[in-house]
Design a protein around this ligand. Structure first.
Ligand code: FRU
Length: 440
C-alpha cells in the first residue's frame, strides 16, 4: 500500500440514477441519452453554461439538438431542458454562444442583452450546412430561432461549427470547411450579415475532417485549435493546435508543426469558454472518440465531458491545468524512474510512470475486450521526454483517466473500464511525494 496524504472520493447513493457502472462521478454526463461535442461554452451572470450535442430521445447519435447544463463552479452541473431542439428536416450541430452587450442584433437591449447561440443547421438530406442564430433573453433558459436564418450560407454540404467572439468592435466567426482542411474567418457588425476575411490551411495534420475550431489570445500569441477526425494522434479523433498571430484579417501560424493537445484517445471537439472571469481560457472537450463512441457500453446515457482545464502557453506548448478549486480527488507523485499501479483487482489496473526516458500510461489491463474490442496498441501511450525527474497528476473517475505530466505540459485522456470503487494504489520502484485517494 502507498503512503502519503489521502483524500476521499465523492460518494453517490448506491443503485441510484448516477451510480451505474462506468458512470463518471465528477465529470459531466447527461442524465440520459447521447451526448457529443461541448457547444456554446460561456460564462454569464455567475453561471458557466455548457450546451452540448445531444440526442434527447436515444442513446445513439441522431436528432441532434443542443442540450444544456449550468454550473457556478465548473464542478457541480445542473442539467436543464433541451435549449435548441432539432426539427424533422434539420439537426442543430455544433457552435458557440455570445452575449450581445451592445444589442447589435436588436434581439434584446443594452439593459438586458441577448445571449445568442450561433450554430450549424444541418439538413437531414445532407445537402447543406449553414450558420444560424437563436437568442435567449432569460439567461439561456429558453431560445428563439431567428426568423432570418440562415445568416451565413455558402451552399456547401460541409461547412460547420462556428466559434464567434467580439474583437475590436466587430464579431469574428471562426468556422470549419472540414473536407478542405481549412478554417475560414468571417466578420460581422450584427451577427446577421457576414463578410469573408480569409482561410487558413491545409496545414499540419490533414488525415481527416477539420472540425470545431477555436481561436483565442494567450499573452502575445494567438492559438487556433482544430479538431480532426479521423487522423488523430493514435486512432480516430484528435485535436491539434497552431500558434501564431491574428492580424485582424488572417491567422498567420508561426510554423506548420504538428502539435497535439492531448496524447490520449478521448478528448475531442473541445473549445474554450467565452467571457470566463479574469480572462482565463478554460477548455472542455468531449471525452470520447468517433472510432467507438457509438458502441461504448453505458446506459441510459452515452458520453462524458473532460474535466475543465485552464490553458496557458509556455514557449511553444499549451499547458493544461484542471480547474480544481473544489478539490476533486487526484493522485500525484514524482519519480526519476518508477511507476504506480492503480488496481481494482489483480487483473484490472492501469500503470503510469517513467521508464527509459518515456512517460507512459498503460491501460492494456483496464479495458474490457468483450464489451468493446480495441487493438492493444491503442491502450498504451508513451511519450519520449527530456527530463530526469517527472511529476504526475492523475484524475481517476469511473470509466476514465486523465493524466497530466510536468505541470500540464502533456495531457492524456482515456476512457477505461476501471471503476474507482475499491481501487488500490501501489508504488513500483522509486516513487516520491505520493498523495493518493481513498477509494473506500
Ligand atoms: C464533431 C462533429 C461536428 C458536428 C457535430 C455533429 O464531433 O462532427 O463537426 O457539428 O459533431 O454532432
Amino acid at each position: 500500500m502507498s503512503e502519503g496524504k489521502v483524500t476521499a472520493v465523492i460518494k453517490h447513493p448506491a443503485g441510484a440514477l448516477g451510480d451505474e457502472k462506468s458512470r463518471p462521478q465528477f465529470h459531466f454526463t447527461p442524465e440520459r441519452n447521447w451526448m457529443n461535442d461541448p457547444n456554446g461554452l460561456i460564462y454569464y451572470k455567475g453561471e458557466y453554461h455548457l450546451f452540448f450535442q445531444h440526442n434527447p430521445t436515444e442513446n445513439i447519435w441522431g436528432n441532434m439538438s443542443w442540450g444544456h447544463a449550468v454550473s457556478t463552479d465548473l464542478h457541480k452541473w445542473e442539467e436543464l431542458p433541451v435549449a435548441i431542439p432539432c426539427t424533422d428536416e434539420v439537426g442543430i450541430f455544433s457552435g458557440s454562444a455570445v452575449i450581445d452587450y451592445t444589442n447589435s442584433t436588436g434581439f434584446g437591449s443594452v439593459e438586458n442583452p441577448a445571449m445568442v447561440a450561433i450554430y450549424t443547421e444541418h439538413k437531414n438530406d445532407k445537402r447543406k450546412q449553414s450558420q444560424c442564430l437563436a437568442f435567449s433573453l432569460d439567461d439561456g433558459r429558453t431560445f428563439t430561432k431567428y426568423e432570418g436564418n440562415p445568416v451565413l450560407d455558402t451552399n456547401s454540404p460541409d461547412f460547420r461549427d462556428p466559434k464567434v467572439q467580439w474583437i475590436d468592435g466587430q464579431w469574428l466567426m471562426t468556422v470549419a470547411k472540414p473536407d478542405l482542411h481549412q478554417i475560414s474567418f468571417f466578420t460581422s457588425k450584427n451577427l446577421k450579415a457576414w463578410k469573408h476575411l480569409s482561410d487558413f490551411g491545409p496545414a499540419a495534420e490533414v488525415g481527416g475532417c477539420w472540425e470545431c475550431p477555436d481561436l483565442f489570445q494567450l499573452g502575445e500569441k494567438w492559438i487556433l485549435i482544430v479538431s480532426l477526425n479521423p487522423g488523430g494522434y493514435q486512432v480516430g479523433s484528435g485535436t491539434q493546435y497552431f500558434i501564431g498571430q491574428w492580424n485582424g484579417k488572417e491567422f498567420i501560424a508561426d510554423d506548420s508543426k504538428t502539435r497535439w493537445l492531448d496524447y490520449g484517445r478521448d478528448n475531442y471537439a473541445g473549445v474554450t469558454f467565452e467571457n470566463a472571469p479574469d480572462n482565463r481560457k478554460i477548455f472542455i472537450g468531449w471525452m470520447s472518440n468517433w472510432e467507438y463512441a457509438h458502441t461504448f457500453p453505458t446506459h441510459p446515457w452515452r458520453g462524458a465531458m473532460t474535466l475543465p482545464r485552464e490553458l496557458t502557453l509556455h514557449g511553444d506548448k499549451l499547458f493544461q491545468k484542471v480547474v480544481n478549486e473544489n478539490g476533486i480527488p487526484k493522485i500525484t507523485f514524482t519519480t526519476t524512474g518508477g511507476s504506480i499501479r492503480i488496481s481494482e483487482n489483480r487483473d484490472k489496473f492501469v500503470e503510469i510512470g517513467l521508464r527509459e526516458k518515456k512517460i507512459y500510461l498503460d491501460c492494456t489491463h483496464a479495458w474490457d475486450e468483450e464489451a468493446l474490442p480495441l487493438s492493444k496498441e491503442f491502450l498504451l501511450q508513451e511519450i519520449e521526454i527530456d527530463l530526469e525527474e517527472v511529476e504526475f497528476e492523475i484524475y481517476l473517475d469511473r470509466g476514465s483517466i486523465e493524466l497530466f505530466v510536468d505541470g500540464g505540459k502533456y495531457a492524456f485522456t482515456n476512457l477505461t473500464f476501471i471503476g474507482t470503487a475499491r481501487s488500490l494504489v501501489t508504488p513500483i520502484g522509486e516513487i516520491r511525494n505520493l498523495n493518493t485517494v481513498n477509494f473506500g
